[in-house]
Design a protein around this ligand. Structure first.
Ligand SMILES: [Zn+2]
Length: 119
């Protein structure tokens, strides 16, 4: 289950960020996962929860942004979302297209609360 490895690298990135901002409270992390990245969303959410349990990141929300496979037509430049492995351009019928999305696997954002500056 390689989702565990992915979850722990997400957590490592958050921990590195947490060291830079010792006063910040991390509330959520958004990750972008492409349809072609071979990641099981549920398995990732489960691994993330298991790895953060009883750690300072226990209450951190994992928000998964699912990115469908997208292609760009080589003839007319139309960009379209692939459904049912249909790679033909919906606009002009061209069969040749190039993959422009769906392999994402990265952290999109980190949500954090920093204490108000009071003196
Ligand atoms: Zn086209």
């Amino acid at each position: 289950m390689h989702e565990v490895g992915i979850a722990s690298s997400i957590i490592e990135s958050i921990e590195a960020e947490a060291r830079r901002r010792p006063d910040a409270q991390f509330t959520a992390v958004g990750v972008r996962i492409g349809e072609l990245s071979n990641v099981d969303r549920d398995a990732l959410a489960f691994a993330f929860e298991a790895l953060t349990l009883k750690t300072p990141l226990e209450h951190l929300r994992l928000e998964i942004e699912w990115c469908p496979r997208r292609q760009k037509c080589l003839a007319c430049g139309e960009e379209f979302v692939v459904k049912d492995w249909e790679l033909t351009c919906p606009k002009c019928g061209e069969a040749r297209s190039t993959c422009i999305g769906g392999t994402e696997l990265d952290i999109a954002y980190l949500e954090l609360e920093e204490p108000c500056e009071k003196s």
